[in-house]
Ligand binder design. Structure first.
Ligand SMILES: *Cc1c(COP(=O)(O)O)cnc(C)c1O
Length: 389
């Protein structure tokens, strides 16, 4: 493991070969005539925005989606020049830079459409936009009743290039549910009624839509989670079972000590050694994204064997009880991932924290350097500063 930035003793590993495989499997599943818009918001779900975007580029995805202006600018600064769609609601102050960086963005109200056209008039520039309609998510998006008026305004106004129309599925991870079929019906009815299916990119499917609702695939799909190897639901179609996670976390043991029976470990002594035992200190904590809720619950792997995290997880360190086994400073511990024949899945963390995989993944931040496994070997990457997401 040469060239570890700052020789930092804890890191994320991302297997970009598996990630590209996942993209290829998604493309096979939806068919080769349809576009993929890979969602890389929130630092590519914790996998690292720029390296993931570059791998996606190499895998020939058509589009990238981010949530906000600053994520889009980071992609442009990294010389990523394919279309990028900003999904979140935009603010008037952001319009000049959205245009300057050639970011496509979402218009989801008449009010915003007017603001965009005013700013464009001042700048003498056009904006590339996607109209978002709401078919049941009730987050952002023009209601279907008012969408025709906004569409008309955009189509009649020379400051707009209408590139796409989209909507977002709310509960597509429940495969049998009518609500999703209903959302698909409402959306397809809208695009057909206004002839949009022939003129602009119509898109609707998130990972769950990609997986369970082929009628939602339309011209382009917008998977995030699935591309990173996680399933939107436990009952996955067989065809997609080769999609696998590509994310691991490892750290080097930083300290070893023997403690006596009855000794309390870490803040507030929430763990008391039941017998004389060996305790390892691991240099990763909630300051890196290892959730404090996992204290006395989660485990790590050392030499293929599971050991419990004991006592409160600290900001930068946590402790592991290895009983009478031995462990040495510098040994590599796996916090998430596989080691020999054992594995710790990220779902263990999300279940123990009563949350979803998304939140655990994007909680791992940029203090951890990232090692990318590529066809050409391991490439390390460290965000230069906290602004470089
Ligand atoms: C986050 C997001 C996605 C991707 O969702 P996944 O469940 O990760 O596939 C797609 N579309 C929109 C509008 C989103 O906000």
């Amino acid at each position: 493991m040469l060239n570890v930035p700052f020789h930092h003793p804890a890191w994320i590993e991302v297997d970009l070969r598996q990630f590209k495989k996942n993209l290829a499997l998604i493309q096979d599943h939806i068919g080769h005539s349809k576009k993929i818009c890979l969602v890389v918001k929130a630092n590519a779900y914790g996998h690292g925005l720029v390296p993931v975007a570059k791998a996606a580029l190499a895998a020939k995805v058509d589009y990238l989606a981010v949530s906000c202006l600053q994520e889009g600018i980071l992609l442009r600064h990294a010389n990523i020049n394919i279309p990028v769609l900003v999904l979140g609601a935009i603010h008037v102050e952001q319009i000049p830079e959205l245009i300057k960086y050639d970011l496509e963005f979402t218009v989801a109200s008449h009010y915003k459409a007017k603001l965009v056209s005013e700013v464009c008039a001042q700048l003498k520039k056009t904006a590339k936009v996607h109209l978002e309609v709401d078919t049941g998510m009730n987050r952002t998006g023009v209601r279907l009743e008012t969408a025709p008026a906004v569409l008309k305004f955009i189509q009649a106004n020379s400051y707009f290039q209408l590139i796409g129309v989209y909507s977002h599925l709310a509960i597509a991870d429940m495969p049998g549910h009518d609500f999703t079929s209903n959302q698909i019906k409402k959306f397809t009815h809208f695009i057909e009624m206004y002839g949009l299916n022939k003129t602009v990119i119509c898109h609707l499917a998130n990972s769950a839509g990609v997986t369970f609702f082929s009628a939602s695939h339309l011209d382009m799909v917008r998977p995030g989670l699935l591309a990173f190897g996680y399933y939107p639901s436990r009952d996955m179609p067989k065809k997609l079972l080769d999609i696998k996670p590509c994310f691991s976390i490892r750290a080097k043991v930083s300290y070893f000590k023997t403690v006596l029976q009855g000794a309390g470990i870490s803040y507030n002594h929430t763990y008391i050694a039941p017998k004389d035992t060996h305790i390892l200190t691991i240099p990763i904590g909630y300051g890196d994204g290892l959730r404090r809720n996992l204290s006395n619950k989660a485990a790590v792997l050392l030499n293929g064997k599971r050991y419990p995290i004991v006592g409160a997880i600290c900001m930068d360190q946590c402790m592991v009880d290895i009983g009478s086994d031995s462990g040495y400073v510098g040994d590599v511990v796996t916090i998430i991932g596989t080691d020999k024949n054992s594995a710790i899945k990220i779902e263990e963390h999300s279940d123990l924290c009563a949350t979803n995989v998304y939140e655990i993944l994007c909680g791992f931040n940029n203090r951890l350097p990232r090692a990318y496994h590529t066809e050409a070997g391991i490439v390390w990457w460290q965000a230069e500063n906290c602004h470089e997401l």
